[in-house]
Design a protein around this ligand. Structure first.
Ligand code: FES
Length: 91
């Protein structure tokens, strides 16, 4: 995935599974993760198959993950400095 339009928003550091990842402040978290090459956000509860953001508009629930200790939809959660994201352990 590649950003087509650059703007003046700053890069901030977020933590993803304990690793520092640079992301653009205000981007949807699902977009920031995709730009960082993290398309797999969780596993399906039944088959354990990889799941990732699908609709990018808050409908499918495929992007639900832990953000700062609470379950959130990554596509509706804006990136902010220091946020802690946990991809492991979300069914
Ligand atoms: S990608 Fe569908 S709810 Fe987030």
């Amino acid at each position: 995935m590649k950003r087509l339009v650059q703007d003046g928003r700053p890069l901030v550091a977020i933590m993803v599974d304990g690793e520092v990842v640079d992301a653009r402040a205000g981007d949807p978290l699902a977009t920031a993760l995709a730009l960082a090459g993290r398309m797999r956000l969780r596993a399906s509860p039944n088959a354990g198959a990889p799941r990732g953001a699908f609709c990018h508009m808050g409908v499918c629930q495929e992007c639900v993950l832990h953000v700062d200790g609470a379950l959130r939809q990554a596509c509706l959660t804006p990136v902010r400095a220091g946020m802690a994201v946990e991809l492991r352990g979300v069914p």
